[in-house]
Every structure is written in structure tokens, then in C-alpha cells.
Design a protein around this ligand. Structure first.
Ligand code: SAM
Length: 311
């Protein structure tokens, strides 16, 4: 089943319109920081773009290249690295469009064998996008000295209100394993047992929050996003656009705060004329239509925000 693409791109038409269908820009140069199943990238290329794309997961890059055949050589340049690292390599290049479609893809959920889904009971709880960097999340937990640390992570990155109990239980379980990798099934059981009986009807929601927190933590997702935004801001051409799709409020807060800060107007001269270098094109985030949510349930929590460089 490897190298199959089951990922459905979120807000595909909206993102393509914002980034490639522009007056005066015929063959845009686009940076797609999160290649994934390649849906956005392929649509950009169909609309005349040349795309520079990164993904931490080398399977994603191989799958997209295979599916495109020779076509991928002329219009698509890829890097198996983080979007921050790849964008920083462009000293003299700037882009008409930059996209991040954050998080994980359905391909990773289905085929990666890294425990991204709490339903895949037999997989090991690893949760890394790039298996060559860092260590699996269970090893990071096993090195924690203080059981409270894990609770703090579940609270900070998952908003989990039972974070203390669950963190303690999971930490104890992983220490008891004495270096043996836990399966998803074992972790689900440990977390479920830590939930008081009266809240057990909401176990799936708790598991989602725990998985989100662990994934954000092991991949350092929020720090990388925070560091990426000012670099992306510098790498936009005049009238270039930065598009970010978020799937939870922690990411969305970082993006909103950044876009608001850089789009502030300022006094330009002593006559009191005001200037503005960047403009938010989405005062309210773009959300998937009901139709899209029906076709692709995963899209229901997506928010798209766009910043344009004016000067
Ligand atoms: C939601 S998917 C992208 C889907 C893609 N837009 C499409 O249309 O198929 C997110 C992808 O970003 C990758 N990713 C997550 N964090 C990353 C990072 N810091 N740098 C590069 N890729 C990252 C994941 O491995 C995953 O393949």
C-alpha cells in the first residue's frame, strides 16, 4: 500500500485562486512548504506555476514525484527538509506565493506506521514526520525526570483538562516498559484507564487532544511555525501572498498575531501620510464550504489566512 495518495487537499480552489490566478502574474513562482500528497502543488503547476516544495517526510516527496513522472522535473523542485530550513536556503529568490498547509496528511495517518492515528492499535507510538531526526515520542517521555512535565505538555499543546492524571499514568506506564516501545493500543488503554468513568463517553475527544499534544511536542511544530513567518514575510515579491492553513487554535493564534503585527499602518512622513507594507486579505479566515466538509471531514477545522506584500 506504500506510495498511494489518499489525502484530499483542503480549500484547494480557494488557495489556488489566491496564489496563482492574479492579474499581471503569468507564471508564478510558489513555495509550498508542506508538499504532503502534492494536491496543492499539482494544481499550482497546472496553473502555470513553478513550485519549490519541502516536506519532512521523504515518502511524501517520493510519492508525489512518482505520480507526476517526468513532468515533475521541469516545474517542481523539492527538498526533504523542514519548511523553515528550505526557505532559508533562498538567498536571492523571492516568491509570488508561499503556502503552509499545516499538520499531517491522511497518507501519514493511513500508511506511515508511526502511530499518527489512535485507531491503529498495532503501530508504535512514534509521531515524527521525519524518522531521521530526533527520537520517537515515547523515548522523549521515557527520559522525563518529573511526571508533571508530561501533564504540562498535554495541557499546553492539547488543552487537555485531565492533563495531570493522564500525564502521570502515561509517564508511569512508559517507565515500566523499561525501554520497550509501546504500541498505540497500549497507550490508548493507559489513557482511557486514567479518565474518570463519568467522562468516558468523551474518550475519543480526549485521545485526539493527547495525540495532538504529543505530535506538536515531538515535531516542535509551534516553534518552527513562529520562526518561519518572519522569514516568509521577507521572501515575498511585491504583491506576493502568504497563505497559511491551520487546523487548531494554537497555530491560528500564532498566524493571526503575526499577520496583524506586520500589517499595521505607520506614519510615513511629516505630512501625516500613512503607509502600509502588508495587508491582510482575509479579515475573517476562509473556511471550507459545507459541501467540502461533507466530502472531506478532515477539512472541518481548517482556517485559511492570507497576507499580501504591498510594496
Ligand atoms: C496537511 S499535509 C499537506 C497536504 C498538501 N498540501 C496536499 O495538498 O496534499 C502536511 C504535510 O506537511 C509536512 N510537514 C509538517 N511539518 C513540516 C515542517 N516543519 N516542514 C516540512 N514539512 C512539514 C507533513 O509531513 C505533511 O506531509
Amino acid at each position: 500500500m506504500e506510495n498511494e495518495n489518499v489525502h484530499i487537499s483542503v480549500l484547494l480552489e480557494e488557495v489556488t485562486d489566491f496564489l496563482t490566478k492574479r492579474d499581471g502574474v503569468k507564471n508564478p513562482t510558489i513555495f509550498d512548504g508542506t508538499l504532503g500528497g502534492g494536491g496543492h502543488t499539482k494544481e499550482f503547476i497546472k496553473n502555470g506555476a513553478t513550485v519549490y516544495a519541502s516536506d519532512l517526510d521523504n515518502t511524501a516527496i517520493d510519492t508525489v514525484r512518482q505520480s507526476m513522472g517526468d513532468d515533475s522535473n521541469k516545474k517542481l523542485f523539492t527538498s526533504n527538509s523542514s519548511f523553515l530550513e528550505y526557505l532559508e536556503t533562498f538567498d536571492n529568490e523571492s516568491f509570488d506565493g508561499i503556502l503552509l498547509d499545516l499538520g499531517f496528511s491522511s497518507n501519514q495517518l493511513e500508511f506511515s506506521n508511526r502511530g499518527f492515528s489512535y485507531q491503529k492499535q498495532d503501530e508504535v507510538l512514534d509521531l515524527r514526520y521525519d524518522m531521521e531526526r530526533g527520537e520517537p515520542v515515547w523515548k522523549m517521555i521515557s527520559r522525563m525526570k518529573d511526571e508533571k512535565e508530561l501533564g504540562n505538555i498535554l495541557y499546553r499543546f492539547g488543552g487537555e483538562y485531565l492533563s495531570g492524571r493522564i500525564g502521570r499514568a502515561l509517564h508511569n506506564f512508559i517507565i515500566k516498559q523499561q525501554g520497550q516501545a509501546p504500541t498505540v493500543g497500549q497507550v490508548v488503554e493507559t489513557v482511557t484507564n486514567a479518565i474518570p468513568k463519568k467522562f468516558r463517553n468523551k474518550t475519543n475527544a480526549t485521545l485526539s487532544r493527547v495525540w495532538q499534544a504529543l505530535r506538536i511536542w515531538v515535531n516542535d511544530e509551534l516553534n518552527i511555525l513562529t520562526d518561519f513567518l518572519p522569514v516568509a514575510q521577507q521572501k515575498l515579491k511585491k504583491n506576493g501572498r502568504l497563505a497559511i492553513i491551520c487546523f487548531h487554535s494554537l497555530e491560528d493564534k500564532i498566524v493571526t498575531k503575526f499577520m496583524r503585527k506586520v500589517s499595521k499602518t505607520y506614519e510615513l512622513d511629516e505630512m501625516g501620510n500613512r503607509g502600509q507594507d502588508y495587508k491582510i486579505l482575509t479579515p475573517r479566515p476562509v473556511k471550507p464550504s459545507e459541501d467540502e466538509v461533507e466530502r472531506n471531514r478532515r477539512s472541518r477545522s481548517a482556517t485559511l489566512r492570507i497576507l499580501e506584500k504591498l510594496v
